[in-house]
Design a protein around this ligand. Structure first.
Ligand code: ADP
Ligand code: ADP
Length: 232
């Protein structure tokens, strides 16, 4: 489904060149939960941002269903991004807006009419178990509930791909497990491909099918979770 080929990314910082990714190639299969693990500064965020082209690679290609998205025009890229949901570490909710409005937000950007927006938002809020909280404000909810809103918002446009950027790193272990169970359910019920980045081994063990280990901008290991972590 997704193929990164020879991706490198350099940043210029105060006259120095930072090699954030160095010749990374990997494949993500349709319908799997794919984890990317590595320590801070390893290149995880840069890598996940290649999958919706929030950052352009310095070199290499990103193939999604046999199209190289690095060659997309602005309009093609905007259309493509509507099919990619993203979940953030700090939820990134608008605090002056209700839960319902937060979930409607990407639908509004996509030009979906008001009635359909509300219907779809309630549908995804039901999926994450928060339909009864639709008219509350984010600060009236716990951290775990706020992340469920973040997940509902990411699902509102019915994406083909869900990207999770340290989605459980701000949550306690118990809440982390309940969010990971939710992601697994979403993966199984909707058949949605999920890519997540984390620095936590338990996250990978709980929810991922396959994993890539990244260090200093390079993939040092990649395969089934059981093979990578149980047979070193
Ligand atoms: P991780 O997500 O694993 O912590 P990042 O992808 O954020 O790693 O960062 C990889 C490397 O690239 C780090 O050395 C980081 O400092 C550098 N980097 C990331 N973003 C930028 C940027 N916008 N400008 C300059 N350097 C950056
Ligand atoms: P508004 O401008 O609608 O009143 P806020 O001022 O509450 O909303 O938030 C403005 C922006 O800051 C939002 O995009 C939100 O994602 C971000 N933000 C606010 N609080 C937090 C937080 N605790 N953690 C992460 N992002 C936050």
């Amino acid at each position: 489904m997704i193929r990164l080929e020879h991706i490198s990314k350099t940043y210029s910082l105060a006259g120095r060149t930072v090699h954030a990714l160095n010749d990374v190639s990997l494949q993500i299969h349709q319908g799997e939960v794919f984890g990317i693990i590595g320590r801070s500064g390893a290149g995880k965020s840069t890598l996940i941002r290649m999958l919706n082209l929030l950052e352009q690679p310095s070199s290499g290609q990103v193939w999604v269903q046999d199209q190289d998205i690095t060659r997309f025009s602005g309009a093609q890229l905007r259309a493509f991004r509507q099919g990619v949901g993203m979940v953030f570490q700090h939820f990134n909710l608008l605090h002056s807006r209700t839960v319902l409005d937060n979930v409607c937000f990407p639908l509004r950007l996509a030009g979906v009419g008001r009635v359909q927006r509300h219907a779809r938002a309630l549908e995804v809020l039901e999926l994450v178990g928060l339909k009864d909280h639709a008219n509350k404000y984010p600060r009236q909810l716990s951290g775990g509930q706020q992340q469920r809103v973040g997940i509902a918002r990411a699902l509102a446009n019915r994406p083909q791909l869900l990207l999770c950027d340290e989605a459980t790193s701000a949550l306690d272990p118990e809440t982390t497990q309940s969010i990971l169970r939710l992601l697994r359910e979403i993966n199984q019920e909707l058949g949605l491909t999920i890519v997540l980045i984390t620095h936590g081994m338990d996250v990978i063990r709980s929810v991922c099918d396959r994993v890539a280990v990244i260090d200093a901008g390079q993939i040092v290991e990649c395969g089934e979770v059981l093979d990578v972590f149980l047979h070193p």
